[in-house]
Design a protein around this ligand. Structure first.
Ligand SMILES: [Ca+2]
Length: 488
């Protein structure tokens, strides 16, 4: 090579490298926060009792989706579904009992299909997990500090926390005398003020903050991660999953004697198929009126505590001036019944068990900040949405079953293309939620049909109603269609 040509190349080299850097940095960072067992009880979703100032602040800076539904109202299957962008019948994870968090294990046909984290890793991102993203036993897995059923392909680095949970400072009180199993009961611990730094979500937030600090300052800690790589940081908070734990100062915000329990009309359960009654208090939990109030108060206290940890992450992004190039997503793996129909916990096909809070804050989408979208959304939409926002839509795996919410993030008034949101649950239950109706079909043939326009609390099952037989026929067909599509 001629000497002057060589010199020209040497002089150009920094510019070439600079261009490469700009390309990577052009991609937005993604902070993905998922809470556990959180129903849509946030202030920004209209709850006037539960205090969530930090999530309300995020809602003001993003779009909140008021009709977002999980695909399975229990941890493992829901998380595998949303991380793979596929319905549970496709991931073949249809229950927690397999103790598997990875769809790569439940369905070997998906061996080459990357999760959101795996996809982003292959496309220039560095991917981190902090605590529970795939299934992890709460409280057992957290007490053991174990990774649970993880999907190693999703992450460059994964961090578990080890926290005391049932052995937390304070007194562990069982609130559901018939249901003792720590994980599916109701129990609370009021932690003495100042001792909540022992808690899983506090530790997770601290670890996530340390990662953000490192990325902000060039991330020189590892020779395997380039300082210019955009990040996908997935942070899993375990509250308000039971046991319900929060410091005393937060419990004092929710005096149990002033706690309201949902109104349940006389004979509410009379028109329900047997399969839909599984989570009913008298048979499963045996809680007294006081214990129900204590459980709701403790649940809200746990939510407020988790909200504080979200606030610590948002404050860190602001302090490090990272908000301008970081997408923030907040959601939950599924909803939760807090006494609607005197049903408790998850697994049911009622609205509060299937509906999740979903807030997405996208830098640059100023016009939609603080707005709500009523579009029918499924958690499997997260994968195509993030891929789209990262400018990688053309490379997205063809088998993804959700759709990108980019149009709704830019214009919250737009509908999605789907007619119904589809969820499945135990007892071979299936549910479709359309604009107006919800239709449920259980494995033993039991059915429910609710008119959300006239009966948003799902008190009146219309399956026997003569005027609704035509609608019922349509929904039976729609559900069958969704069932077939979901495993394709
Ligand atoms: Ca869960």
């Amino acid at each position: 090579m001629h000497r002057s040509t060589l010199l020209k190349w040497i002089l150009l080299l920094p510019f070439c490298l600079g261009t490469l850097h700009v390309k990577s940095q052009d991609k937005p960072n993604i902070l993905f926060i998922i809470s556990d067992d959180l129903t849509a009880c946030l202030g920004s979703y209209g709850n006037t009792v539960c205090k969530t100032p930090n999530l309300d602040r995020l809602a003001r800076e993003g779009v909140r989706f008021t009709r977002a539904y999980c695909q399975y109202p229990v941890c493992g299957p829901s998380r595998a579904s949303l991380m793979s962008g596929l319905y549970p019948h496709k991931t073949k994870m249809l229950g927690n009992n397999k103790k598997l968090g990875s769809f790569h294990v439940t369905n070997p046909e998906l061996a080459d299909h990357p999760s959101i984290g795996g996809f982003l890793r292959r496309n220039g991102y560095v991917s981190f997990r902090v605590s529970k993203i795939y299934h992890m036993g709460v409280p057992g897995g957290i007490e053991a500090g174990e990774p649970g059923g993880d999907d190693p392909d999703s992450w460059d680095r994964a961090f578990d926390v080890m926290a005391p949970e049932t052995a937390s400072p304070g007194k562990l009180e069982l609130l559901s005398p018939k249901r003792k199993h720590y994980g599916s009961n109701f129990a609370r611990v009021i932690v003495p003020d100042g001792m909540d730094l022992t808690q899983a979500d506090h530790l997770s937030a601290t670890q996530a903050i340390a990662i953000l600090e490192n990325r902000a300052k060039g991330g020189k800690y590892s020779k395997f991660i380039r300082p210019d790589q955009p990040f996908f940081l997935a942070v899993g908070f375990v509250r308000p999953h039971v046991p319900l734990i929060a410091p005393k100062r937060i419990f004092s915000l929710y005096p149990e004697d002033q706690t309201q329990i949902p109104h349940v009309p006389e004979g509410d359960l009379d028109d329900l198929p047997q399969a839909a009654k599984g989570m009913h208090n008298p048979g499963r939990y045996g809680m007294s009126l006081l214990q129900k109030k204590q459980s709701i108060a403790a649940y809200y206290a746990s939510v407020t505590y988790m909200d504080e940890q979200v606030g610590r992450l948002l404050d860190t992004l602001d302090r490090l001036q990272m908000r301008k190039n970081t997408i923030v997503v907040f959601t939950s793996d599924h909803g939760f019944n807090l006494g609607e129909h005197d049903m408790w916990q998850k697994l049911s096909l009622f609205e509060d068990s299937l509906r999740v809070p979903l807030i997405i804050s996208t830098p640059g989408f100023k016009d939609s900040q603080g707005k709500k979208s009523e579009a029918l959304v499924e958690l499997i939409d997260l994968y195509p949405t993030l891929v789209d926002l990262a400018g990688l839509k053309a490379k997205a795996p063809k088998i993804l079953q959700g759709e990108s919410l980019r149009p709704q993030l830019m214009n919250p008034g737009l509908a999605t293309s789907r007619k119904v949101a589809y969820s499945v649950t135990y007892r071979k239950g299936q549910s479709i939620r359309a604009d107006r109706y919800r239709y449920n079909l259980w494995g033993n043939g039991g059915e429910e049909l609710y008119d959300h326009r006239l009966d948003p609390q799902e008190f009146k099952n219309l399956v026997q109603s003569k005027e609704h037989q035509e609608v019922l026929g349509q929904y039976r067909k729609l559900l069958q269609q969704k069932r077939e599509e979901s495993s394709k």
